[in-house]
Design a protein around this ligand. Structure first.
Ligand code: ATP
Ligand code: MG
Length: 201
């Protein structure tokens, strides 16, 4: 008669677990605009942010996207989301610094870009703002962290902000509500496989 015992024990365990989960859900009843940071060396930061843009649109809400380091202009997400009514899409960066090789221009581009973001951070009709690869201009000192955090802090109370990019500064992670670090366990690129449409771009 081992089996019924096991099933009963499992049911008891699951019942206790359900009570704990239900309690946690009942406790988490606040509504507020969140600041999320998706960082780390593993793949999945930008694609996760764009997944949240899709979720927003599914709820009939609006999203703004600002891309700070423009790697390529042929991505599936840009082609798709530019066709959607509820999305404003800004490309604010020019490319990685080793490609532009002009520091003064990088700084100017980043500052001009931030002025565009500041407008979005004052627009309560935007429910979500994605600041894709914002960590790089912060890391290179092209944008001042204090200024950036201050503008984010003063956004409309229900607006969500998602920041992606490797090496997110500590000061940013400290004030964020949700921080996820993508861990690079393996990446196909290192096995000689080029970026694949729909997966990497
Ligand atoms: P994704 O856009 O796929 O979510 P990501 O935003 O986490 O990736 P980035 O650092 O922005 O990663 O790099 C963008 C591109 O580089 C993507 O094509 C991605 O697949 C690729 N990539 C991401 N992580 C790695 C890695 N650890 N090694 C090699 N290539 C990577
Ligand atoms: Mg990315």
């Amino acid at each position: 008669m081992e089996k019924p015992d096991r099933e009963q024990r499992h049911r008891n365990r699951m019942q206790r677990k359900k009570e704990i989960v239900d309690e946690a859900i009942a406790r988490a009843d606040q509504e507020q605009g969140l600041l999320l940071v998706l960082t780390g060396n593993g793949k999945g930061k930008s694609s996760s942010a764009f997944g949240m843009v899709a979720r927003m649109l599914g709820h009939g809400m609006k999203a703004g996207v600002a891309q700070f380091i423009k790697g390529r202009s042929d991505t599936g997400e840009e082609a798709f989301f530019r066709q959607q009514d509820g999305v404003v899409w800004h490309v604010l960066g020019e490319g990685f610094t080793w490609e532009t090789q002009n520091l003064a221009r990088d700084i100017e581009t980043a500052q001009k870009g931030w002025a565009v973001v500041r407008e979005m951070l004052r627009d309560p009709s935007l429910n979500l703002i994605v600041l894709d690869e914002l960590t790089y201009p912060l890391k290179f000192g092209w944008l001042d962290l204090e200024t950036v955090l201050n503008d984010i802090e003063n956004r409309p109370p229900m607006q969500h902000v998602v920041i992606t990019g490797r090496a997110a500064p500590d000061g940013l992670c400290e004030v964020a509500d949700t921080v996820t670090e993508m861990k690079d366990v393996k990446h196909a690129f290192r096995a000689g496989i080029t970026a694949q449409k729909g997966i990497d771009l």
